[in-house]
Design a protein around this ligand. Structure first.
Ligand code: NAP
Length: 249
């Protein structure tokens, strides 16, 4: 497909998997990609919330989404490979994976981090991203010009006091994205991106900064042109890069 084809038309008929689909940026992605004509594979651990989202999309006569009820804390490589088999059987392709789900965990000094919470955060924010990527990469690679998006944060590039397990998990994501970008650069048409959405009006942001006014930050819907651009061929020149979200595209 040619890069100057309008972005939203490029997404028409595509298949995209979004993790953390139940709220925040992930929920906005499901609406926005479906409105651009894509079939969204909505992964989350709250099945009731996924069903509500499914009903909403169907009520707008958007492409029928797929509910994938999975808890990323306990995800195994076997489960990810099984998911890949299901997607291949039903759709025969996968145009994009947006690793969006994450756990914030507690804001605490390193000296006080509890091992159980450390493990939960690393399992959701890092291990599940690795297993899902390992499981889905063959299908992405078999699909021409697919996109693999890993989600970091400002504290994944420059740690700040008390960001604990979350900051370390995002540093790991930055490393994983760099590895994948380098490994796939000459062997695959799959574009890898590591993105930092920036301060966004979601429940995660409110939990991290309870004292601030949420209205000071853009809502998830305002980031959608940026995500559409990422998933389109227009992002090809930035392939492999770490990118901070911009509201002007
Ligand atoms: P959010 O509102 O807290 O949403 C997080 C999503 O992840 C929810 O759908 C949540 O599901 C899901 N999730 C958490 N644990 C899960 C598990 N074990 N299994 C399956 N799903 C799970 O967060 P957000 O603000 O939209 O953030 C989206 C991404 O952007 C994250 O990677 C975050 O680190 C990154 N980010 C956000 C900001 C910001 O200001 N918002 C800034 C920088 C980076 P439940 O509904 O079941 O909990």
């Amino acid at each position: 497909m040619h890069a100057d084809y309008p972005i939203d038309q490029q997404l028409q008929g595509q298949i995209h998997l979004v993790t953390g689909a139940t709220r925040g940026i992930g929920e906005a992605l499901c609406w926005s990609l479906a409105r651009a004509g894509a079939t969204v594979l909505m992964l989350g651990r709250d099945e009731a919330a996924l069903e509500t989202l499914y009903d909403g999309l169907m009520a707008e006569s958007l492409p029928e989404p797929v509910i994938i009820p999975l808890d990323l804390e306990t995800l195994t490589l076997d489960a990810a490979e099984e998911l890949a088999g299901m997607i291949e059987t039903h759709f025969g392709k996968l145009n994009g994976v947006i690793h969006n789900a994450a756990l914030l965990g507690s804001r605490t000094p390193v000296a006080s981090i509890k091992s159980k919470e450390w493990e939960r955060v690393q399992r959701v924010n890092v291990d599940a991203v690795l297993y899902l990527t390992q499981g889905l990469l063959p299908l992405l690679d078999a699909t021409e010009n697919a996109t693999l998006v890993l989600t970091s944060s400002g504290v994944g590039a420059k740690a700040r006091a008390y960001w604990g397990a979350y900051a370390v998990s995002k540093f790991a994501i930055e490393g994983l994205a760099q590895l994948l970008a380098d490994e796939l650069e000459n062997t695959s048409s799959t574009r890898v991106f590591c993105i930092d959405p920036g301060a966004t009006r979601t429940s995660m942001r409110a939990a991290a900064y309870p004292g601030e006014d949420p209205m000071d930050h853009p809502e998830p819907a305002q980031l959608m042109p940026f995500y559409h651009w990422l998933l389109s061929m227009d992002s090809q020149p930035q392939r492999g890069q770490r990118i901070k979200a911009r509201l002007d595209r």
